[in-house]
Design a protein around this ligand. Structure first.
Ligand code: ATP
Ligand code: MG
Length: 363
């Protein structure tokens, strides 16, 4: 950020992505800008960068070096969803554009809250939990640093996959989870499957236990992944912070997101100690792209998480207030039954965004 006199300008990178990204990212930029400008002397300077299909057309690559270089100089980023499975070869087989950003900047933590909202029907009506997902290794072996590809086919009829667990990465994600728990209900659930995968998920569990000793004020329990999915359905309101390796965390956060409302509402933040990137948990939804029907809530709430993260790191409470303003505006809109089609409502993306925008300015 840059200080001119008393005015603080936050430089935010914005990548529109593919599909509904072209609708939900611009809507999010308007809401973020409004929430910040209501605060005294807080401004935003947007830097829109090509990444994904637009970058293939303009730069010849879905994750161009020029975009990556530019990201380095910015305070934080908003990432639209990508539909990389639809790219032409050779791009389709490469690491996804979001994956390149996560890897380049070491965004090791994926924070995925699942909380209910007023006016939105939910299977678990009082769920309020956070899945802290390890984002660099584990059972998504394509992302590990030891093997180019984590999957192999020694013969056409045999396929192998390798999971990677390092003590350093497990302790790092555990520390993030226990830190989050301190500002919540002070409980962490460690996920593993040590009865079958004793070395890999055993190392994950043991690393979490070691870190737990640094947080005597936080209570801990441990669950097998399969038992936990049942418990989430049965009594999801009892969970606070769940720390999980990459694949378990991915699956659990989709489950929790849907139990607490809808995937179209599920936000996420990718972060390291020094960088944060807002990204909705859902994909590019090609089936409704360009139809002004997408629910922008997940990305609005992801952007609020990003502002909170920045506020914590800069010690600037104006940013946390801007984040709170966005959350209140979203809840107010939903409570007044303005909702997009995925929630059974009749509002278009732009109508819902206008409602949230007006409320952001009013709070
Ligand atoms: P990815 O591989 O990128 O995770 P996916 O195959 O999981 O993508 P999504 O793009 O998340 O798929 O879409 C799954 C379904 O949810 C689609 O029917 C889509 O229209 C719907 N959907 C996803 N996001 C939204 C949203 N923000 N608003 C409304 N509907 C959505
Ligand atoms: Mg998906």
């Amino acid at each position: 950020d840059v200080a001119h006199g008393g005015v603080k300008t936050v430089r935010i990178g914005s990548m529109l992505g593919d599909g509904i990204g072209h609708e939900i990212v611009p809507a999010t930029m308007r809401v973020v800008e409004a929430a910040m400008e209501v605060e005294k002397d807080l401004r935003v300077d947007w830097v829109v960068l090509p990444l994904g299909r637009d970058a293939i057309e303009s730069e010849g690559s879905p994750a161009p070096d020029s975009t990556i270089a530019e990201l380095k100089s910015l305070d934080t980023w908003i990432l639209g969803p990508h539909d990389s499975a639809s790219y032409p070869e050779p791009f389709r087989s490469q690491l996804t554009p979001g994956g390149v950003v996560r890897k380049t900047f070491g965004l090791f933590a994926n924070i995925r809250p699942a909380a209910t909202h007023p006016g939105v029907r939910a299977v678990s009506p009082s769920m309020d939990l956070v899945v802290v997902r390890e984002n660099t290794e584990g059972f998504y072996a394509d992302r590990n640093m030891f093997l180019g590809s984590g999957e192999f086919m020694p013969t056409p009829d045999v396929a192998l996959a390798v999971g990677v667990f390092t003590r350093a990465a497990c302790e790092r994600i555990a520390r993030e989870a226990f830190t989050q728990a301190r500002s919540r209900r002070k409980h962490v659930t460690i996920v593993h499957k040590t009865n079958v995968l004793s070395m890999t998920t055993g190392l994950f569990r043991d690393a979490c236990r070691t870190v737990a000793e640094e947080f005597p004020d936080v209570t801990v329990d441990e669950q097998h992944i399969d038992a936990l999915t049942a418990l989430l359905v049965r009594r999801g309101e009892d969970f606070d912070v769940i720390v999980a390796e990459n694949m378990f965390g991915d699956i659990l956060s989709d489950l929790a997101g849907e139990l607490s409302g809808s995937l179209g509402m599920a936000p996420s933040l990718n972060c390291s100690e020094t960088k944060a990137m807002a990204q909705a948990a859902h994909g590019s939804a090609p089936d409704i792209a360009g139809k002004n029907r997408a629910n922008p809530t997940a990305l609005f709430l992801s952007a609020a998480m990003m502002l909170d993260w920045l506020g914590d790191h800069d010690g600037d409470t104006r940013l946390s207030r801007a984040a709170r303003r966005i959350r209140h505006a979203v809840d107010g809109a939903l409570e007044s039954r303005v909702a997009t089609a995925d929630l059974g409502g009749r509002a278009s993306t732009s109508e819902f965004a206008e409602t949230v925008l007006a409320r952001t300015l009013r709070v």
